[in-house]
Design a binder for this molecule. Sequence first.
Ligand SMILES: Nc1nc2c(ncn2[C@@H]2O[C@H](COP(=O)(O)OP(=O)(O)OP(=O)(O)O)[C@@H](O)[C@H]2O)c(=O)[nH]1
Length: 205
Amino acid sequence: MKIKSADFVMSNSDVTKCPKEPLPEYAFIGRSNVGKSSLINMLTERKSLAKTSGRPGKTQLINHFKINENWFLVDLPGYGYARVSKKDKNTFQKYITNYFLQREQLVCSFVLVDIRHDPQPIDMEFMQWMGENGVPFAIIFTKADKLKPKAIERQVNQYLNKLTTDMWEEAPPHFITSSSHRSGRDEVLAYIDEINGQFFEATKK
Ligand SMILES: Nc1nc2c(ncn2[C@@H]2O[C@H](COP(=O)(O)OP(=O)(O)OP(=O)(O)O)[C@@H](O)[C@H]2O)c(=O)[nH]1
């Protein structure tokens, strides 16, 4: 997929105020500092569509970007940031939960995990919650440039084994990416393209 346009549309914390256009939507979520902003900038070929920084936990809203005038990319707040107060955490959980459960045009979410880390309870719990609530998702492993191929394979297998042993028969789709090396981009975009095709085919009927 060629990215012809990528435009910021709005930020808010209320799912009912999200854009009304019936376009397929893809949410990106993961632990703070996982490399989400860098990934979004790599995918869209924009230097700072999503703001990158070394300061974890800065995105606190549901951020909509319109891509190629025919799908939405949604940048969600990072979870598990220790310095966010308990009150903020509860508010965060509520509006993010509402977003996942109520946003009809959300066709797939990408859960980002740092490939260097072993499966963390917070990520597993989140994926389990997505599965239980029928929210389709794929996993994006980030920062693959930090590991050698053998170690990448080991980490990916660890995740997939854990998911298939503890949760489901089949593991969700997964992608291995590095924003620093610009790898995995074509695969993620091809996947989005494929789902977009299915979405527009289904809405024609
Ligand atoms: N080596 C390497 N570092 C990366 C990669 N992607 C991001 N980083 C670094 O990881 C840190 C966090 O990156 P961000 O893209 O800001 O992460 P984020 O998930 O948006 O962070 P939050 O604001 O906490 O949500 C930065 O120091 C990035 O330079 C990658 O592919 N490879």
